[in-house]
Design a protein around this ligand. Sequence first.
Ligand code: HEM
Length: 505
Amino acid sequence: MEGALSAVFGPALNPFYFLGGIAYFLLWVLVASGFYVYFFFDTGVVLGYQSLEDLTRKQPYLGGVLRSLHHYAADGMVLAMTLHLLREFFMDRYRNFRWFSWVTGVPLLWLVYASGIGGYWQVWDRLAQFIAIGTAEWFDYFPIFGEPLVRNFLEDGGVSDRFFSLLAFAHIGIPLLLMVFLWVHTQRITRAVAAPPAPVALGILLALVALSLIKPILSHAAADLGAVPNNLKFDWFYLAVYPLLYIWSPGAVWALTGGFTLLLFLLPWLPPRMHQEPIVEVHLDNCNGCGNCVADCPYAALSLEPRTDGRRFVHEAVLRPDLCASCGVCVGSCPYAMPFRSVGELVSGVDLPDVPVRALRATTDKAVAALAGEVRVMVFGCDHAPKIVKAPGVAYVGLRCIGMLPPSFIDYALRGSAVDGVFIIGCADCRYRRGDQWLKQRLAGERDPRLRGRVSRERVHHCSVTDIPGGRVTAHREFAEFREHLRRLPRRRVGSETGSATPRG
Ligand code: HEM
C-alpha cells in the first residue's frame, strides 16, 4: 500500500508518512465543523433531533454539508488513528525509548471512540436509541450504578432534557480531554509533525467535502422507545463492537475490549525484546554548547544546561539516557564531528560508543582507498534504506540513520581525486523521524552544520526513498543517472580543491 501511495503522490506527500498528523488535522476539521453544527443545535430529547433535521433540510449546502463533514471527519479520524497504530506496530516503532508514545496512545483510542459514540447519542434517532440501549446493557455488566442504566430506556419519558445537556457537555468535554492526552502523547517527540503537508490536508478536506455532497448524512426516524430499532445504517468505524453485545454477551465484549486494551498497554515489554544499541555519550572536552544536537535530537533526549566543567562556554549538552534512541542524528549535527581534524584523537561532542566518528572516518578512508574504475562513487546510505553496494566503482558506508552523517564527511570524501561523486541514500519515512530531513537541510545550507560552499553540488546527490520494492527501483535508477551524470563531468585533478576539475581526456 505504501508503495502504491508513493507511486501516486510521491514519497514527499505519501499520506502513510503523516498518519498521526492526519488524525490531528481531522480533529481540527471536527472542531471547526462541530462549532457550526452546535450553533444551530438545540439540546433536548425532541429539540435535538428536530434541530438537526432543520439544519440538514433548510441549509443543505452549508449546515447539511458541515454536518456530513463532521461525521466523515470522525470516521476518517478512526481510520487514520488505526492505520497509525498498525504502522507503528508493524514498523516496530513501539518499544524501548518509544514506549511512552505508544502507551500514551492507548487512552486516545478510548477517548476517540467515546467522543464519536457520544455524538451519535445526541441525534436521538433510532440508531442513537440502539446505541444508548446497547451501551447501557454493556455498562450494566458491572453493578456500579444503583439502578440498571438500561431502565432509563424502557419508555419514552425515561430520558430527560437534562440528560441530553449532560451528553452535550460530555461531547465537548471528552474531545478537550483528548487534546490534553494528545499533548502528552507527543511530549517525548521533538517538533511532532502534528499536521500533514498542505497538499495532503487539502486533498483530504476536498475528498470529505465531496463525500458530504455525494452522500449526505441523514438521521434515522426519531427515537421511539416503544419500538425495537431495526434497519439501521450502521457506522462500522465506531459501532463495530455493538452487534457483539448481542451475538456474544456484554461480559465477553468487556473481555475483548479490556483484554485488547491491556495487551496494547503491555506490548512494549512483551517478547521478543528489541535490541537497543549503546546510547550516545557526551564528551564535554569537545562540546562548546552550541545546541545543534539539542535542536536536532528527534526524541528530546538532549538539553542545554549551564556549564559544569569551568570552561569558558556558557552551556553544555546533557543527555537523558532513557530518551536516547541511539540514532546518531546528534552526531551528524556536532561541529566537532569533523573528519579533517588532525590534532589529537577524533572525538565529537556527542558520539556513539559502538560507531564513533573516528570509526566512521576510518571506514570512509578504507572504502575510498579501495575505489577503482572510470567513475568512482562514494555512497553513504542509511542501514534502513535500499542498499547500493554491488556495482563497480562503488564504495559503500552504511549508517544507523543518514542524519548521523556530518556534512563535512562529504567534503572529506571529495577532498582528493579518488572519488568522482558522493551519493547519499536516506529514508523518506525516517525510522528516527527527522534524520533524512535534517541532512537535506544541511546540504541545502538551511541547517547547521552546513555543507561547505566549496563542495561542488553537481558531485553530490541525495536520494530519499524507503526500502520497499518501488523505493529500491527509484534508488537504483537515481544512482544509475547520477553515475551517468558524473561520467559526463570533467575528470577531477589529483590534489584538487574539492569540486575543482580539469576536463576529462
Ligand atoms: C487521536 C489519535 C492519535 C493522534 C492524533 C496521534 C498523533 C501522533 C503524532 C502527531 C505523532 C508524532 C509523529 C511524528 O512527528 O513523528 C505520534 C507519534 C506516535 N504515536 Fe500517535 N497519535 C494517535 C494515536 C496513537 C495510538 C492509538 C497509538 C498506539 C497505541 C500511537 C502511537 C504512536 C507512537 C508509537 C508514536 C511515536 C512514533 C515514533 O517515535 O517514531 N498513536 N502520534
